[in-house]
Design a protein around this ligand. Sequence first.
Ligand code: HEM
Length: 408
Amino acid sequence: MDFDMMSLPPAVRVSVFTRVGLAEVPMECPQAGYVAMQQQHEGGLLCPMDGIAVSFGREITDYVLRHHELFSSAVDLPLGNVRPLIPLNVDPPKHSKYRKILDPLFAPKRMDAMEADIAERANKFIDEFIERGECNFTEQFAELFPSAVFLGLMGLPWEELHTMLHLRDGILHPEKIDPAAVTDPLVSFAVMNATGQEIYAFFNEHLDAREANPTSDMLTHFITAEVDGESMTREEVLDLCYLFLIAGLDTVSDSLTCLFAFLAQHPEHRQQIIDDPALIPGAVEELLRWETPVAYGVPREATQDVTLPNGVQVPKGMVITVAYGASNVDPGEYPDGFDVRFDRENNRHIAFGGGVHRCLGSHLARRELRIALAEWHKRIPQYALKPGHEQLEFPQGLRHVKDLTLSW
Ligand code: HEM
């Protein structure tokens, strides 16, 4: 990297740092690296450069997540947005107002009602390639299916699928828009900023339409929902929609690639869910724990001098990010954390985060993953990595497999 990391604000520095990855925690098999980091650094806290830290240990991670009054999430993230993302970059008490509006909209019962629609959308993509006996799973299923579900959720037409993918790529995969973004963070920020403006314009247009003609979709709910007699302003709704596009698409796509790569390489695990589909919910939880696709959290800034549970002093202004993936294999929490067991009980994984910012979309995400596994294995129970494609590539960013190619 030929630019000065120290010229960036601390929250951006730690984002770039974790996105690029640590040599000690290889992208393709990070779990042993996580445990090594826990052993090498006191309390599992790595301080790679001035003003930033990464927590690899479960105890400190839980402490940071549960003390939002000491560690603020109101940090600037380089994601093309011009205002804070709602509710991710907002601290309580304002954060609680948003969650009071949003939690009921994403409650399990509401998500149950979407199950048939989600299954139909999954099968639509499987129909496209099942007869061919192979597919680029990443491109032909994992990247498309969550965006298609998102369209249904938001009440957007199927024809917007490619707009959705373009907007997502501009923020999360700027290298697909300008290849120079891989090595130059400044190019990457420029692509994100331009795409950010397109995202605001896109949702503004659809929100205008809902205001003129309300429906029963999520966009209409965002405009009309109230808490304590107050509804959200247009800017607030836009900041929420912006976050949904970032938080609700790639997270599921990336999880799908990790889960299917694992199942393709572990036929004995796969056979368990073919023989007993009732194991699928447990399999999803266990694979989310083991793979933890959102490996690192949103950076948190210390609002005052803090003494962590292990006695380490954190000065006011220091930015800490937590390594969710490391907590999910911490031997203190999981003495047998390297055994992947679909019948694991009391699985307290934090793949969806923790504390007040715990994932709002977890009930939806779980349904998407369970339904994808159920529908796929009904129709394609036996498959493997296609010969010649056994070497998996895990690029920078959220944990995911590029071009996962399966054959059956
Ligand atoms: C398997 C898929 C998913 C994973 C692994 C995941 C993971 C996470 C994590 C770790 C956080 C906490 C970030 C932090 O504070 O450090 C989070 C927050 C959030 N997620 Fe998810 N997520 C997934 C799917 C979704 C979906 C489908 C949606 C929406 C449709 C969504 C919406 C959100 C929102 C709005 C927040 C912010 C919550 C707040 O600040 O109160 N996520 N997610």
